[in-house]
Ligand binder design. Structure first.
Ligand SMILES: C[C@H]1O[C@H](OP(=O)(O)OP(=O)(O)OC[C@H]2O[C@@H](n3cnc4c(=O)[nH]c(N)nc43)[C@H](O)[C@@H]2O)[C@@H](O)[C@@H](O)C1=O
Length: 337
């Protein structure tokens, strides 16, 4: 039986990846910064909370990172933990840089010293590319980075550290350069979850109003459960590499929102307004990628267009809301309310 360590297991990608690896027969060790206060709702929703082994670990503590690797002797490590909000990175640049880079250095150093055959996956991000000239779209793996946020800078640094250990020590480090990917398990601070969640609430007669920032931006949005399959595929290959994982399609936030409200037969003008406080100091106007390398070399499959993605996200959100209602109903009955 293979053993995998997943950092950031309680987040969207961590939970979906844990489910995938359990289905493939792995023993899954999940790392969390704060077990007492961590939210295991995503794991409970996917019915895997009892099946993963959760460990509390501060990834900034090199000796403890090493100890966990020595104890569990993993075949694969998926490093998904990060301060992952681009917007918050402008408010907390130092914490973002420290956490997103030191944690990666701690893993790479530990692997190098303990067992350099352990395969390491690093969650890189399309935000590393930053400003892009029109002629460089769609983005390929070879494009030079020019990040435009402290988050993008931190991810670029962690990416190059991973590549450096691959080249300097022959270690198996693979970097998945993921573009925006969404699901019902996404945090509510991300824009697509915010839009879909509010639209579905409105459809169900619940109070909601949607305040948003820059609607003109164009992004390459995809479906998270399909993107975690690519992470696993990267570590099954014989040769490590860097892969862009994206849909290949760019759509503006404004058009995405219109499509969501259209699919739900709702009047967008009635519920959506702009809040200038949600604009970022710098924002990428447009970004979309080319997933040819991942499809060709890893055999990764992805064929959801924007309409199909929206349809799936709406269906998933309805189930998620229903599950949440049943959970609060169950806890109220337990408390005798
Ligand atoms: C690839 C990358 O993907 C994610 O980062 P993100 O792109 O910042 O995601 P988001 O959903 O916060 O913003 C998308 C766009 O939408 C604009 N936008 C407008 N109005 C609101 C709004 O109201 N809220 C938010 N959050 N964004 C808004 C916002 O200005 C931005 O242009 C993370 O997974 C990150 O870890 C990662 O690696």
């Amino acid at each position: 039986m293979k053993t995998a360590i997943i950092t950031g297991i309680t987040g969207q990608d961590g939970a979906y990846l844990a489910k995938l690896l359990l289905e493939k027969g792995y023993q899954v060790i999940g790392l969390s910064r704060d077990l007492l206060n961590c939210n295991v709702k995503n794991l409970e929703y996917l019915q895997i909370a009892e099946k993963v082994h959760l460990i509390e670990l501060n990834l900034l503590d090199l000796s403890r990172v090493s100890r966990v690797i020595e104890k569990f002797e993993p075949d694969e490590i998926y490093n998904l933990a990060a301060q992952s909000s681009v917007g918050s990175s402008f408010d907390n640049p130092i914490d973002t840089l420290e956490y997103n880079t030191t944690s990666v250095a701690n893993f790479l150093e530990s692997i190098r010293k303990i067992n350099s055959r352990i395969k390491f996956y690093q969650a890189s991000s399309s935000e590393m590319f930053g400003y892009i000239k029109e002629e460089n779209l769609p983005i390929k793996e070879s494009l030079i980075f020019h990040p435009v946020s402290p988050y993008g800078v931190s991810k670029a640094s962690a990416h190059w550290l991973s590549v450096n250990y691959r080249e300097a020590y022959g270690m198996f480090t693979a970097c998945g350069i993921l573009f925006n990917h969404e699901s019902a398990l996404r945090g509510e601070n991300y824009v697509i979850k915010k839009v879909i969640n509010n639209a579905v609430r409105i459809k169900n007669g619940l109070p909601a109003h949607l305040q948003l920032g820059n609607l003109a931006i164009k992004r390459d949005w995809g479906y998270a459960p399909k993107y975690v399959e690519a992470m696993w595929l990267m570590l099954q290959d014989d040769v490590p590499g860097d892969y862009i994982i994206c849909s290949g399609e760019a759509v503006s936030l404004e058009s995405f929102i219109h499509k969501v409200f259209q699919q739900l037969n709702l009047d967008v003008e009635k519920y959506v307004s702009i809040n200038p406080g949600l604009l970022r100091p710098l924002d990428l106007p447009v970004i979309y990628g080319d997933n040819t390398k991942a499809k060709k070399e890893l055999g990764w499959e992805y064929n959801l267009n924007t309409d199909a993605l929206i349809h799936t996200l709406i269906e998933d959100e309805m189930q998620w809301l229903e599950w949440n209602l049943s959970q609060s109903f169950a806890s109220q009955s337990k408390a005798g309310i």
